[in-house]
Design a protein around this ligand. Structure first.
Ligand code: SF4
Length: 260
């Protein structure tokens, strides 16, 4: 794939008023008939580089990056590096930078894993995974989102029961006191798992080799196991806890509920 420096690509000038909840609801209806590529093109036109792709390198994020790259939409890309990722995931980060020719920014927590152990206690994920995820994922993401107007994710409705009602575009309260919202775009929401993997194979996109070993959804190595045949895609996360989301998709209030 041809490489490019995203910072040198012209981004559209965007001085439009923030979207209202009503406008977002209308766009969501329109986007149901549009492809992910169309939705990404809309985001580029509307937000330019104030929109960014956030990815943990699951399959749908890889396809979305590929669709953006092929269309010349040079969004910034970032990932949350908790300090507890699999070596395979860290290696994939580098391979994807080479493949796409994009820098992928690592967003890291304030505390290293060692500092967290000193301040809050060791192995927090075994005692209070909600607090651990808040410290290592949610707070760093919250800080990153303050730089943006639009957060683009690879969420899909088929992934798990907590995601069946996601919109293709949503509006969230980012800072209630400051009165700021953020648009969240889920262009891959309607794609089934099979279509994702067909696209990855067809275009030879680098992916995490742990998928070939039975891991369907890959997070921190401390909180991820293989999934059995027929299990929910995210069944291998946080075993032993009643926890199905790390919190990055649930910490902000959504400003309108959609009927899917
Ligand atoms: S997934 Fe586990 S180790 Fe990673 S931040 Fe959450 S609780 Fe901590």
């Amino acid at each position: 794939m041809t490489t490019s420096d995203p910072s040198s690509s012209p981004a559209p000038a965007c001085e439009l008023a923030p979207l209202t909840a009503r406008e977002v609801a209308a766009l969501n209806g329109q986007f149901e008939q549009r492809s992910p590529g169309d939705i990404l093109a809309w985001a580029w036109e509307r937000f330019g580089r104030r929109a960014a792709i956030g990815t943990s390198f699951q399959g749908s994020g890889l396809v979305m990056m590929h669709l953006a790259k092929m269309a010349g939409l040079n969004f910034p890309v970032f990932t949350l590096d908790t300090g507890l990722l699999f070596p395979e995931t860290l290696d994939l980060h580098k391979r994807l930078e080479d493949f796409f020719g994009w820098k992928i920014e690592s967003i890291v927590p304030d505390l290293t894993v060692e500092q967290q152990a000193e301040v809050i206690g060791p192995d927090l994920w075994t005692r209070d995974p909600d607090l651990c995820c808040t410290t290592r994922k949610v707070l760093p993401l919250q800080s990153k989102l303050r730089e943006l107007d639009c957060w683009i994710t690879g969420l899909r409705r088929h992934q798990t029961r907590t995601r069946v009602d996601i919109g293709l575009i949503e509006l969230y309260t980012l800072d209630a006191q400051g009165g700021s919202d953020i648009v969240k775009l889920n262009p891959m929401a309607n794609w089934p798992r099979e279509a994702i993997w067909n696209h990855i194979r067809e275009h030879k996109i680098p992916y995490n080799p742990l998928h070939d070993l039975g891991y369907k959804s890959i997070g921190c190595l401390t909180c991820t196991r293989k999934t059995a045949r027929g299990e929910d895609e995210r069944a291998g996360r946080w075993i032993g806890f009643k926890k199905v989301e790390c919190g990055i998709h649930t910490f902000m209030p959504r400003k309108i509920d959609f009927q899917i």
